[in-house]
Design a protein around this ligand. Structure first.
Ligand code: MG
Length: 218
């Protein structure tokens, strides 16, 4: 069973579902030429896609174009359904640094065929994730700087204040569809600058006040 830990309290949570929001930063929507969605674009990754800090990404042999997407991760701490926005943060227990690795070539094929994205988004090691910091350490999750370096060069930079849906809105909307349970992880979308990773690359993600994540590519 995959577990994640809150660094400051050492509490561990068996990971449940990993639910993800796509197209939440305007500049990223524009860089891929996608339409601005009216309704949230939602998909899931299985818990077997998790990779701990310091781990090694294995790009599946059926793809030639694996992209990094740096994202703020939310860790759910209590069960909720139809959560109102005003109470949303009280359902979280931590914030973390995640990568939503995406096989862009396979995702494009699936999009063109009108098929689901899971094989492009849910493969083993497609969800590297850091330890979490306690929610109490972050006063405003909607204003955090995100940076991803690949081999020491900055590739992605953004701020969660550029999100089209706030953390509270994401929790409220997701909980209309899914009962959120302790150990569930929510990925909140990626800013611009996504790009290809290759064998031997070293990826370092940083989110202000939250932490760092360092992984390499096999
Ligand atoms: Mg993403």
């Amino acid at each position: 069973m995959h577990k994640v830990q809150i660094s400051d309290t050492k509490e561990t949570y068996p990971v449940g579902k990993i639910v993800c929001l796509g197209r939440n930063y305007l500049d990223h929507i524009r860089e891929l030429g996608n339409k601005i969605p009216g309704k949230p674009v939602i998909f899931c990754k299985p818990s077997s896609s998790l990779l701990s800090d310091g781990g090694t990404i294995i790009i599946p042999e059926y793809s030639n174009d694996c992209h990094h997407e740096l994202e703020l991760a939310l860790l759910v701490g209590k069960t909720g359904k139809h959560i109102p926005e005003k109470d949303a943060i009280s359902y979280l227990c931590g914030y973390g640094v995640a990568l939503d690795l995406t096989l862009r070539d396979i995702q494009s094929e699936q999009k063109n065929l009108g098929l689901p994205w899971e094989i492009a988004k849910g493969f083993d090691t497609s969800c590297p994730i850091s330890n979490f910091t306690s929610v109490d350490n972050i006063s405003d999750p909607n204003n955090l700087q995100l940076t991803l370096k690949v081999n020491g060069t900055i590739r992605q930079q953004g701020n969660t204040n550029q999100m089209m849906r706030s953390i509270e809105t994401i929790i409220a909307e997701f909980s209309k569809i899914y009962t959120l349970e302790p150990g569930d992880i929510i990925l909140t979308g990626t800013p611009a600058g996504v790009g290809r990773i290759e064998s031997g690359d070293c990826l370092e993600g940083y989110i202000e006040k939250v932490g760092t994540l360092k992984v390499s590519v096999a």
